[in-house]
Design a protein around this ligand. Structure first.
Ligand code: FDA
Length: 300
């Protein structure tokens, strides 16, 4: 991110949450599960699938991780009862991975069992680099235990990702590929925009060639075009991949992909813990920071 945006963002962190909220809600379905259901129903009606995320991360107490698990179980139940075309995305730190790896593992194992009983799928989001290794280990453990309703995420900005992709190919993993959103040091992450794009396309090609199911998650037209080219060259069926985008971001590009008859899944977050998620989204969009600073100047 440019330093001017960084400055604006750090100024913005001092803005009261009640001013941030109306703008944050562009990226979030709402605070309740009923809000997520309403948004997903609308997306489904327009031919899109969804993945629902119960906002929250980095819990510090066991009870909080149990609450997160219960909330995810409610989402899976509701998806089935309301006949929504949606699955679930989770964060391992929400399930207690940083308190105790066994606790994190047990919570995810329970969620996967519930999802399997309800014939649904769970994607494990990728968080910052302090838990990349443990997230991938946990994913491989779950797969070796027979869960095939689980997928993981690879971040193209991480230098280690090529090696990780090689390992994931061995287990025919279901992978979402993203650029990566956390601030990481140059020693472990590419910083240059073009270098990240190159690595994204390289990893994308490796995964598609190996016939791993791929969720192509990006709002970058350059990468979307690159993906289309590989798909054409490899003559891949629609069942081999899907595109994914975030709720509230680049609806025009999303509709163009849909108009080409491709499968599109929208990441729909909801919940009361919306602040850190929104801050990450604002970082990606300088225009948002401008809106937010304008909000600062409005008298209340
Ligand atoms: P880029 O950031 O270059 O965006 C391309 C263009 O899209 C920008 O020029 C801008 O116009 C527009 N745009 C992008 N973000 C915007 C925003 N917030 N508001 C308005 N316009 C915006 N990361 C991670 O580390 N772990 C994860 O598990 C996930 N999961 C995930 C799921 C899905 C479905 C998506 C789409 C993304 C993620 N990410 C993620 C986030 C990802 O790593 C990355 O930060 C964003 O997708 C932005 O990168 P792009 O590839 O979209 O390119």
């Amino acid at each position: 991110m440019h330093s001017i945006n960084q400055l604006m963002l750090s100024a913005f962190r001092r803005v009261p949450k009640r001013l941030v909220k109306p703008i944050a809600m562009r990226y979030i379905a709402g605070e309740g599960l009923e809000d997520a259901v309403r948004v997903v129903r609308g997306l489904n009606a327009r031919g899109m699938m969804a993945t629902i995320d119960v906002l929250g991360e980095d819990v510090s107490a066991m009870e909080e991780s149990e609450q997160a698990r219960e909330a995810c179980a409610r989402v899976l139940k509701t998806i089935q009862e309301e006949r929504l075309n949606a699955n679930l995305s989770i964060k391992l730190t929400q399930f207690g991975l940083k308190i105790d790896e066994t606790l994190g593992y047990e919570n995810v194992n329970k969620i996967l069992q519930i999802a399997r009983d309800r014939r649904n799928f769970v994607r494990i989001d990728m968080e910052d680099s302090s838990i990349t290794g443990s997230t991938l280990d946990l994913y491989e453990r779950l797969r070796s235990e027979g869960f095939d309703n689980v997928g993981v995420v690879i971040q193209a900005y991480l230098r280690r990702s090529e090696e990780d992709v090689r390992k994931l190919i061995r287990v025919r993993a279901n992978v979402r590929i993203v650029k990566g959103i956390y601030v990481e040091p140059e020693t472990i992450a590419f910083k240059d925009r073009e270098e990240i794009r190159r690595n994204y396309l390289k990893l994308l090609r490796m995964l598609l060639e190996a016939r791993c199911f791929l969720a192509i998650a990006t709002h970058d037209e350059f990468l979307v075009k690159g993906a289309f080219q590989f798909i054409r060259e490899m003559d891949l069926p629609q069942s081999a991949y899907e595109f994914q985008m975030l709720y509230g971001v680049r609806a025009k590009l999303r509709d163009q992909i849909l108009a080409k008859g491709r499968r599109m899944r929208i990441y729909v977050p909801f919940g009361t813990h919306w602040y850190s998620y929104s801050m990450r989204r604002f970082q990606e969009n300088p225009q948002m920071v401008r809106y937010l600073l304008q909000a600062l100047l409005v008298k209340n």
